[in-house]
Design a protein around this ligand. Structure first.
Ligand SMILES: [Fe+2]
Length: 247
């Protein structure tokens, strides 16, 4: 059986753009998949306020998975929401290990600005966490897109230290980066490091004709990445052999 990972992003619960029925459909699909790991790369709320966190907590509890990596986005950090995030969803920097998969998630948001930033002070944590199990399949997760994606007009909000961060991740031979923010689902392959952006899973804030979607990843001897859209379509984005003896 492959290890099954769901990657969701930008659900914006409690915003005027949130579509509850669509979210419930997504949760039903996810629970049918029975994922081993769920990663949510931020923007759970719209303004980071208490009532939104309460609602987001209720909605996210509908997802049945023991291994969740939930990160804040720029919207969640507004209005001192970063404090509420910790109360409702735990640390803003965290590591999860499941079998031979290591997921390191780091908060890339800053209070009341939309720009992304990881910062040099977080690099030792990232390096140490991945070096604990160097032969694992290594996943780094954050909210902001580390490389520009199409259909966004004028580029903005890429982490201010994206170049240095990518250098750190490249040296660690990270297998995959999971991110969101721009509501554009996309996949880049950078030095064999997959950079996978999730679209918005459950809001009307889409771009052009792109529909809402989330990512489904299977890992065994092969890495398979699917995009599952709200129109019911499932696209395979990648299917490639993993050259690691231990998996
Ligand atoms: Fe965002």
């Amino acid at each position: 059986m492959p290890i099954k990972i769901i990657h969701l992003s930008d659900i914006h619960i409690a915003s005027p753009y949130f579509i509850p029925d669509m979210y419930d459909d997504v949760v039903r699909e996810i629970n049918d998949i029975e994922p081993d790991i769920v990663v949510i790369t931020g923007d759970l709320t719209n303004e980071g306020r208490l009532s939104e966190y309460e609602e987001a907590s209720r909605y996210i509890k509908k997802i049945k998975c023991k291994n969740m990596v939930i990160l804040p986005g720029n919207h969640d950090t507004r209005n001192a929401g970063y404090l509420l995030f910790e109360e409702y969803f735990g640390e803003r920097i965290k590591t999860l290990r499941y079998k031979n998969i290591t997921v390191v998630g780091v908060d890339s948001s800053e209070p009341d600005i939309d720009d992304g930033h990881i910062g040099r002070d977080k690099y030792p944590y990232i390096i140490d966490s991945f070096n604990q199990n160097k032969d694992d399949f290594k996943i780094f997760a954050l909210h902001h897109h580390v490389i520009p994606v199409p259909l966004c007009g004028r580029e903005r909000n890429v982490p201010t230290d994206a170049g240095d961060l990518l250098d750190v991740l490249d040296r660690l031979k990270i297998d995959m980066i999971l991110c969101g923010h721009r509501h554009v689902p996309w996949l880049w392959n950078l030095n064999d490091m997959i950079v996978l952006n999730a679209g918005t899973a459950s809001t009307s804030r889409t771009k052009g004709k792109i529909s809402q979607s989330y990512n489904y990843i299977e890992i065994d001897d092969f890495l398979k990445i699917y995009r599952i859209s709200s129109n019911g379509e499932k696209y395979i984005l990648l299917n490639r052999k993993i050259y690691k003896d231990e998996l």
